[in-house]
Design a protein. Structure first.
Length: 146
């Protein structure tokens, strides 16, 4: 299942809600991934408390991938392995995978091209095969991203 978190306005709770849904579903045993498509403000690293991607990753994040600058696969982080928060560290018994695809630090907006869209489709289809739930956290009011 693919779920998109979208709203016209910023600060409405997309990222916090998405993180909670991802976390709860993973606890219930589903393999879940979270894609930080918030081009201007990738906050998932902060919410999941992963120090090295607190404001996004310096390289190979989702923006780089969509722009064709990150090779075949964007960076992925296992939250159970990587989180610096003790409560999130270590996969609980019976839990599924919880994987974060971070956005790029200072990524910003970019125009979509047919190649960008092809890379996006390719990624989402591959993740559909691999995960039971993929949550895409979008930038506010970015209709073309949706
Ligand atoms: N259910 C909630 N109850 C109270 N505060 C919330 C809730 N969801 C989000 N917040 C707070 O609102 C602010 C914006 O949330 P965030 O998820 O970052 O919004 P968005 O991703 O839509 O920009 C944050 O400070 C967050 O802690
Ligand atoms: Mg957000």
């Amino acid at each position: 299942m693919l779920v998109f978190a979208t709203s016209d306005k910023g600060g409405t709770g997309r990222s916090v809600t998405s993180s909670n849904v991802a976390y709860r579903r993973a606890l219930q045993g589903s393999d879940v991934c979270y894609l930080d498509f918030d081009f201007g403000s990738p906050t998932a690293g902060a919410i999941f408390n992963i120090e090295r991607v607190l404001q996004g990753t310096p390289t190979d994040g989702l923006h780089s991938y969509l722009r064709g600058e990150a090779g075949d696969q964007p960076m992925r982080l296992d939250v159970w392995d990587e989180s610096d928060r003790s409560g999130l560290r270590g996969r609980p018994p019976g839990a599924g995978r919880l994987v974060l695809f971070p956005g790029d630090k200072g990524g910003g907006e970019f125009a979509s091209s047919p190649e960008t869209i092809d890379r996006c489709i390719d990624l989402l289809l591959r993740l559909e095969e691999e995960f039971e739930l993929s949550i895409v956290d979008l930038s506010a009011g970015r209709w073309y991203a949706t």
